[in-house]
Design a protein around this ligand. Structure first.
Ligand SMILES: *[C@@H]1O[C@H](CO)[C@@H](O)[C@H](O)[C@H]1NC(C)=O
Ligand SMILES: *[C@@H]1O[C@H](CO)[C@@H](O)[C@H](O)[C@H]1NC(C)=O
Ligand SMILES: *[C@@H]1O[C@H](CO)[C@@H](O)[C@H](O)[C@H]1NC(C)=O
Ligand SMILES: *[C@@H]1O[C@H](CO)[C@@H](O)[C@H](O)[C@H]1NC(C)=O
Length: 418
């Protein structure tokens, strides 16, 4: 039983690795065109213990704001799934999601674009992409021994703190407007660090959070297993707490830097507290949850992970939602309804926003195509770029949009990134 889980877990990582390359990671082809931003390695990383899985310094890309955007900052946390065992973290440390040795310059698109046509509200802001190399959504603080005797560093929380400290010195400290965003595992990280981010600024600063495709659900997969829960359980136990026994943890509770909300930990197990449905209950900063209720990554890896169904019955539907049978669509609607239930808890929060569309896609802010183009998803008559701008700048009373069931939205293009 346990082994079937282990066999299944690598798939999400590989898929997302490929997927997110297109978003913010670099390639020499990308370097030829567009808005390419160099990599900066964190200074003094080793002394701070703020290192990637392999012990290398973490990195980020900073593009300076200009004009009226000089004192506005967008911090974007890169995603790329999680590692949840010594074995999966050991593999990860040999690539771009575990070591800065493999990182290169990145192309900024969508909400990161410096082109006014694509990104009229944020084009001239200071923008930072913080690279993801810890495997636990910037939340771990522990270490373990790899099979070859070397150390595996689980220091995502220190990376978060050290990079933000360095950015504070580079001007973030005098920001008048600020957004913490990120997509996928980086969207989850934006939720995990939202309160901390908000608390770094004086009250008059407008600091808000924009998790994109980070709202992962704790649902049963096709075989009835809580597959996503198992993935998170591995990550949380390996990275967030492995340096402390439960006894130690209980004893020094006050001294351990706690990334999970204490109000949740008092009632629920740690793994459950890593899920957005719980995290949002403790977030006090204004937050817009941007996600598809038919999130393609979650359909592939949470609802129908390989091994949860027999034969090829779901292969074609997982690849392209247009190929799902009506029975399969019913299953996906079940997921969508759970999604709507889970976000219900924030519906009345003042200053919050919701943009929950029904398009088969994953991560909608860092691509020109989904962020703001003729083919962007539209909800409540707004593209994502317009909805996010209206919410952030409070140009409308509120932005709380939940789409109808698939396939009701004609603006869902089949060419959206999946
Ligand atoms: C995004 O839009 C900008 C501005 O038009 C353009 O320079 C860039 O190449 C586009 N990116 C991609 C990946 O098409
Ligand atoms: C959660 O992970 C821990 C640590 O790997 C493991 O001991 C425990 O059995 C897991 N819980 C479940 C219900 O699988
Ligand atoms: C979807 O169905 C069409 C028509 O049956 C088929 O040609 C196509 O290969 C299918 N796509 C996938 C990803 O299976
Ligand atoms: C949607 O936007 C278009 C163009 O901005 C406008 O003409 C139309 O009246 C709007 N529709 C609604 C329902 O608000």
């Amino acid at each position: 039983m346990a082994s079937s889980r282990e066999l299944r877990s690598p798939e999400p990582f590989l898929l997302l690795l490929l997927l997110l390359m297109a978003a913010v990671a670099s390639s020499s082809a990308a370097a030829a065109a567009g808005n390419v931003v160099e990599l900066t390695l964190l200074a003094g990383a080793q002394e701070k213990g703020a290192v990637c899985l392999d012990g290398s310094p973490p990195g980020y890309h900073l593009q300076r704001g200009f004009g009226s955007g000089e004192h506005s900052w967008l911090i974007f946390l890169e995603g790329g799934a999680w590692c949840n065992s010594i074995q999966s973290c050991s593999i990860r440390k040999m690539g771009v999601y575990g070591s800065s040795k493999f990182m290169k310059a990145a192309e900024f698109n969508g909400i990161l674009s410096n082109d006014q046509q694509v990104n009229s509200d944020f084009y001239n802001w200071n923008k930072v992409v913080i690279r993801y190399c810890d495997g636990a959504s910037f939340s771990g603080d522990a270490e373990a021994q790899d099979k070859d005797g070397s150390t595996l560093h689980f220091r995502g929380l220190r990376i978060w703190e050290a990079v933000v400290d360095e950015l504070m010195e580079k001007g973030l400290a005098t920001a008048k407007q600020a957004i913490l965003s990120g997509c996928s595992a980086g969207g989850l990280a934006a939720l995990l660090h939202c309160n901390d981010f908000h608390a770094k600024f004086p009250k008059e600063v407008s600091a808000k959070c924009l998790p994109d495709a980070g709202f992962f659900l704790d649902v049963e997969d096709l075989s009835g297993e809580r597959h996503m829960w198992s993935v998170f359980n591995g990550t949380v136990h390996l990275q967030l707490y492995n340096a402390y026994s439960d006894f130690f943890f209980a004893f020094f509770y006050q001294n351990v830097k706690e990334v999970l909300p204490k109000s949740c930990l008092a009632k629920k197990d740690r793994t459950e507290c890593f899920f957005p449905a719980e995290l949002v209950k403790s977030i006090t900063a204004p937050t817009l949850i941007l996600n598809s209720a038919y999130d393609s990554w979650q359909i592939r890896n949470v609802v129908a992970p390989d091994g949860s169904f027999s034969g090829q019955s779901w292969s074609s539907c997982k690849t392209d939602i247009r190929n799902c049978s009506s029975t399969q669509i019913q299953v996906l609607n079940g997921f969508r309804n759970k999604f709507v239930d889970d976000v219900e808890v924030v519906k009345d929060n003042g200053g919050w926003g919701l943009f929950i569309d029904s398009c088969f896609t994953h991560c909608q802010t860092p691509f020109n195509f989904s962020w703001n183009s003729q083919a962007s998803p539209v909800l409540g008559n707004k593209t994502i770029a317009k909805a996010v701008g209206d919410w952030y700048f409070e140009r409308t009373y509120e932005v709380k949009e939940i789409d109808c069931e698939y396939p009701c939205n004609p603006t869902c293009s089949s060419q959206l990134p999946t």
